[in-house]
Design a protein around this ligand. Structure first.
Ligand code: AMP
Length: 309
């Protein structure tokens, strides 16, 4: 099954307690597609400027991501985000956002993208997410991510957009903020009342929780000695989650076991992403490393003590 992601394609400047980078490839759609590419065919759509060069395309192409629907705007500048992290790596502080070519972006998707069975509306302005949703008539399973900025500035539009998707990925604080409901379980139910059948509440280094109408599942984050840059962890999580679901075919989202494995692949991909800056770790990742870490998750979450070989 093919998977389409629409979201920001960006240059990021990031400072964390462990170092900094002035300008590196980033963006919600980029982190998502690289993670998902380990599981299924991925197409990425979004605008970039003249400053988006062969090296950036190559990062996506090297992972087999289809870039036909990346729209290069002559004279335009690629979306730019500058942020930093203090010692609490769970909170990103935004220092600058320059929309660049996103300012007047009107999604015009090719037929193969409209036909993709799985769609991820990565973090961008919710009106744009809805326009994409409306064009993707072939989508059977649709996920969405958003952020506090849009809850603050475009809440009504975001709620409408959420009404047209199956799965919502948000930080736990954003789930509470969106619904004005302090209790996370009730807040997740309130999001499901808007339309979706499942909510994933991401909790940074504490892991993630999955809420459906009749089930609950939670997973810790993989314990890591080295975390350099949390940027893109949420998108990598969603990429692992939806990439795996897409690889399981039609009806996968109705199977509780598949959903639990999707949570585990999501956490696995997020854990690799944060080990190095930007896309650096995921670019050199091998499939065997994903399988090893997935197996480790079984160990660290089992109620039975399984002897190690
Ligand atoms: P996350 O997975 O939440 O850490 O997402 C990180 C990515 O989101 C970065 O690579 C940024 O380029 C991108 N980003 C930051 N702010 C925005 C925004 N307002 N709209 C779209 N993408 C953004």
């Amino acid at each position: 099954m093919s998977l389409l992601v629409v979201g920001s394609i960006a240059f990021d400047a990031v400072r964390s307690p462990f170092g900094e980078r002035d300008r590196m490839l980033g963006g919600s759609a980029v982190h998502f597609s690289l993670a998902a590419s380990f599981f299924c065919d991925v197409r990425v759509a979004g605008p970039v400027g003249d400053d988006f060069g062969d090296d950036e395309y190559a990062v996506l192409a090297d992972r087999g991501v289809n870039t036909d629907d990346i729209e290069r705007v002559p004279g335009g500048e690629t979306f730019f985000w500058r942020g930093h992290y203090e010692h609490d790596l769970n909170t990103a502080h935004t220092d600058d956002t320059q929309l660049g070519v996103f300012g007047d972006f009107e999604p015009k998707l090719s037929q193969p993208s409209r036909d993709a069975e799985t769609l991820f509306l990565a973090n961008i302005q919710p009106d744009l997410q809805r326009q994409v949703r409306e064009q993707c008539t072939g989508a059977r399973l649709v996920g969405l991510d958003s952020m506090n900025l849009w809850i603050d500035t475009a809440r009504e539009s975001l709620v409408r957009t959420i009404g047209g998707v199956d799965l919502v990925f948000l930080n736990d604080a954003e789930v509470r903020m969106l619904t004005e409901q302090p209790n996370l379980l009730q807040a997740a139910r309130a999001v499901m009342d808007m339309g979706p059948r499942a909510v994933v509440a991401k909790q940074g280094e504490y892991g993630a929780a999955l809420f459906t109408r009749d089930a609950f599942f939670a997973l810790p984050a993989y314990p890591l000695e080295t975390i350099n840059d949390p940027t893109g962890a949420g998108d990598s999580f969603a990429g692992g989650f939806l990439g795996y679901l897409a690889s399981e075919g039609e009806g996968a989202a109705d199977d509780e076991g598949v959903l639990r494995r999707a949570m585990t692949y999501g956490s696995t991909m997020a854990s690799f992403n944060v080990e190095d800056f930007g896309t650096e770790r995921v670019r050199r990742l091998r499939r065997e490393e994903i399988d090893e870490r997935f197996a480790q998750f079984k160990h660290i979450t089992s109620l039975e003590v399984v002897p190690t070989a």
